[in-house]
Design a protein around this ligand. Structure first.
Ligand SMILES: Cc1cc2nc3c(=O)[nH]c(=O)nc-3n(C[C@H](O)[C@H](O)[C@H](O)COP(=O)(O)O)c2cc1C
Length: 188
């Protein structure tokens, strides 16, 4: 399998630790990856500061794009990005994607991934869900996207918040067809 070009979008839902754990894992998997483009919403940066108490996303050696930069390669289908992971994905971003409102780079990149029939993975986070949220998840699923909720599992007996978040991120990496070492039920 060829190396992947991946877009990571971080939005303002709770759960910045999920994006941190994904960033850390992608560094380990760099031999499978050609490019990682990252775009963060304004609220994503605020929530990261609030929940993790730092701005460490600035230390990652990925290519960061401003949320209004429609010159980013993945704003067009011609750049042929394989996969987009939105982690965590707010209900606001989910709604914009479900309704084709491409008014920032995150919703435009998702629009492109769906129209090009490539892989969109949305790690949605809120609880409980309204019917509007559920219908938007249905719409994105019907359009070919994958809703992978930020619902951790506990059967691997995680011992830290990062390990709890890692139970979701390892499913995301599986969905993105990235080979990784992770806990597998009844195999370890
Ligand atoms: C600390 C904090 C936690 C939040 N958690 C959630 C959440 O879990 N899910 C959600 O949909 N929105 C959440 N929000 C609200 C979103 O940040 C807000 O709706 C924002 O406009 C979403 O836009 P974005 O997707 O462009 O970041 C939270 C906001 C804050 C400040």
């Amino acid at each position: 399998m060829g190396k992947k070009k991946i877009v990571i979008a971080v939005t303002g839902a709770s759960g910045s630790v999920y994006s941190k754990v994904l960033f850390d894992q992608l560094i380990k998997l760099e031999n499978q990856i050609e490019a990682v483009g990252v775009v963060m919403s304004d609220n994503a940066k605020e929530v990261w500061q609030f929940e993790l108490g730092n701005q460490d996303y600035k230390n990652y050696n990925f290519t960061f794009y401003s949320k209004n930069d429609f010159n980013a390669p993945f704003a067009s289908g011609s750049a042929k990005y394989d996969t987009m992971i939105i982690v965590p994905c707010s209900m606001g971003t989910l709604g914009r994607i479900a309704h084709g409102i491409s008014n920032d780079l995150i919703s435009r990149a998702a629009d492109v991934i769906l129209k090009e029939r490539r892989k969109l993975i949305a790690v949605v986070r809120d609880t409980p869900f309204s019917l509007i949220h559920i219908n938007n998840m249905k719409t994105v699923t019907e359009a070919g996207g994958i809703i992978c909720p930020a619902n951790p599992s506990f059967y691997s007996l995680p011992k830290s918040i990062e390990e709890v978040a890692g139970t979701v991120i390892s499913r995301v990496l599986d969905l993105a067809d990235l080979e990784q070492q992770s806990y597998r039920w009844q195999e370890d």
